[in-house]
Design a protein around this ligand. Structure first.
Ligand code: CNA
Length: 281
């Protein structure tokens, strides 16, 4: 594994020539925006769920548990409802720069925070594999419900219910036990078409999302930028790993690609009170 941990300059040299970059990301990409991930010891959501008295951590996003006890998820959603407190960070804008450089084939995200769209990446370039907070539906009759009403309930601490059948309503983010959106299966052609894969900020514990990295054919360079090594990264000849803090590694990579000024400009557009720009890190 050690020999797979690359120098950022070498990674930049390879990435520069890529024309169809597939990017897959997880919750670690948004921690620099202030949204905790799932599994980082200490700060991750799973280590901070005692107040919800869950039988097991994943229960907060489990459809069967939600059916019985929606309150823990609704309390979490009140705190982390997208667009209320959070802004994209340098990692989201790095993907935007790949787009502007005409290198981005597609961005597959497990995140439900919508920060990719806020960073200016068009929706046809994004596959929100675990859904988003932009729509809501009844979990019993499947009828759609206005997301703004559901949001009002969440913010007021009341339980949203279906106007038709009185079933529970939730944002259409994908819970454990639910199917992924059909659009996710675009990955079958995307993995065959890409000439480079970048995977960032995910433990690769959740399937089938994690499988995208496996289905990329041998011989296609795969780059992992994450705190720790995950999945099978490091097992292939063409793998490289940049381990440690994502914003630091991405900023260093962007500098090598000579995109630093553009990144700073983009970050400044998101910058107002409370947002930490890359210049101040
Ligand atoms: P995870 O299992 O919590 O893994 C996160 C990974 O990111 C870990 O390997 C961390 O080491 C790494 N990481 C965290 N912070 C940093 C950092 N600053 N620098 C480098 N690496 C870092 O999260 P996954 O996304 O893999 O799990 C899949 C779940 C998480 C999906 O279903 C999401 O819906 C769900 N989730 C999403 C959000 C969000 O939308 N922002 C937040 C929390 C959970």
């Amino acid at each position: 594994m050690k020999n797979k941990v690359h120098k950022v300059e070498d990674v930049a040299r390879g990435l520069k020539h890529a024309q169809r970059v597939l990017v897959m990301i997880g919750a670690g990409v948004s921690t620099a925006s202030g949204i905790p991930d799932f599994r980082t010891p200490g700060s991750g959501i799973y280590d901070n769920l005692q107040k919800y008295d869950l039988p097991y951590p994943e229960a907060i996003f489990d459809i069967n548990y939600f059916r019985e006890k929606p309150e823990p998820f609704l309390a979490w959603a009140k705190e982390f409802f997208p667009g209320v407190n959070y802004k994209p960070n340098a990692v989201h804008y790095f993907v935007r720069l790949l787009l502007e450089n005409k290198q981005l084939q597609r961005l597959y995200t497990q995140n439900i925070d919508g920060l990719e769209v806020m960073a200016g990446i068009p929706e046809d370039k994004i596959v929100a594999a675990h859904g988003t907070f932009t729509e809501a539906a009844c979990i019993r009759c499947r009828g759609s419900a206005p997301i703004y009403e559901v949001k009002e309930h969440i913010m007021e601490g009341t339980i949203p219910r279906c106007a038709t059948c009185d079933g529970l309503v939730k944002p259409t983010i994908v819970f454990f036990g639910e199917n992924l959106p059909e659009r996710f299966f675009l990955y079958e052609s995307d993995v065959r078409a890409c000439d480079y894969l970048i995977c960032m900020g995910t433990s690769l514990e959740v399937w089938p999302f994690a499988g995208i990295a496996e289905f990329v054919p041998e011989g296609i360079p795969r780059l992992l930028i994450n705190m720790t090594a995950v999945g099978s990264f490091g097992s292939r000849k063409d793998d490289s790993l940049l381990l440690g803090d994502l914003v630091e590694n991405v900023t260093a990579l962007v500098e090598c690609l000579q995109w630093k000024d553009s990144l700073v400009k983009l970050c400044e557009t998101a910058c107002d009170d409370g947002f930490v720009s890359i210049e101040s890190r």
